[in-house]
Design a protein around this ligand. Sequence first.
Ligand SMILES: NC(=O)c1ccc[n+]([C@@H]2O[C@H](COP(=O)([O-])OP(=O)(O)OC[C@H]3O[C@@H](n4cnc5c(N)ncnc54)[C@H](O)[C@@H]3O)[C@@H](O)[C@H]2O)c1
Length: 301
Amino acid sequence: MSRLAGRIAIVTGAGRGLGRAHALALGAGGARVVVNDLGSGPGGEGTDAGPAQSVCEEIRAAGGAAIASHHDVADWAAARELIELAIDSFGGLDVLVNNAGILRDRAFANMSEGEWDAVIHVHLKGHAAPSHHAFRYWRTESKAGRGRAASIVHTTSSSGLCGNFGQANYGAAKMGIVGLCKVLAIEGAGYGIRSNALSPSARTRMTGAMAGADELLGTPAPGEHDPFAPEHVANLVAWLAEADCPATGQVFHSAGRRIRILDVPRIHHDAHSQVDWTPAALDAALRDHLVESIGAHALIT
Ligand SMILES: NC(=O)c1ccc[n+]([C@@H]2O[C@H](COP(=O)([O-])OP(=O)(O)OC[C@H]3O[C@@H](n4cnc5c(N)ncnc54)[C@H](O)[C@@H]3O)[C@@H](O)[C@H]2O)c1
């Protein structure tokens, strides 16, 4: 019995990289999949219907069911059409994997307003808009006694969780996504909606464009097992998509065969005073307890 039989899923940014692997894994598990991808360049430039279409063909060739969507997930109205496409084509929606993303890396002092806005827009609004319309659908279904054991998987990053040089826009968006994930886990609980965040590390077009990524991920010889293939990460998404998966409000990091559940936030030091704090008292109480800033490589390796 396929573990995702009967489930209906949308994966955004599924024409390439991680999203493609997620869509293929969901399709292989028996889910019907809406493969969404704008087909833009790494920085969000241009559009191309080809990537989403070709992933649909791969899913169908393997015996699955898939349709393509070329909606821009960061456009509120287009995101509603994306959710409606799943409902109209397959009769409902159970799983939303928010994955689409772009990069506009720049040292913060040199970053333009346009670079800041573009990355916040695609990642943060591009997660919020489909989630909002899916939420409204799932709430209506739940109130009508047709709850769908819904699952949202959001995509965060070690660049936000730990920090990474040149990615202030991206890191800020990715931590915003963690906040979105946590709030939706709380708001969704009463409607049977789960919400989890995934921080992946995988070799894709995006890591190809990031300074230093090749050194961290290594380069396997042709035909050799690739520990950073996106397919490793997709298995976690397939589990999170299952109707009886218990996870919600969680933050995972997935790289190759290693999966970590991150405790966000964890209380590292708890200082309490009987009288109001002063800067001098804070200096004495906190100076020796500060958390080391570790950088994104700490999670990847
Ligand atoms: N690869 C990694 O190691 C890594 C690490 C941390 C986080 N991530 C995140 O994983 C996700 C997938 O990244 P990837 O590495 O597969 O990158 P990728 O560039 O291979 O794929 C991203 C896809 O998103 C699509 N897209 C961009 N803007 C869109 C929009 N507005 N609407 C619909 N589709 C859009 C692109 O066309 C592209 O096909 C991103 O959110 C990224 O930030 C990746």
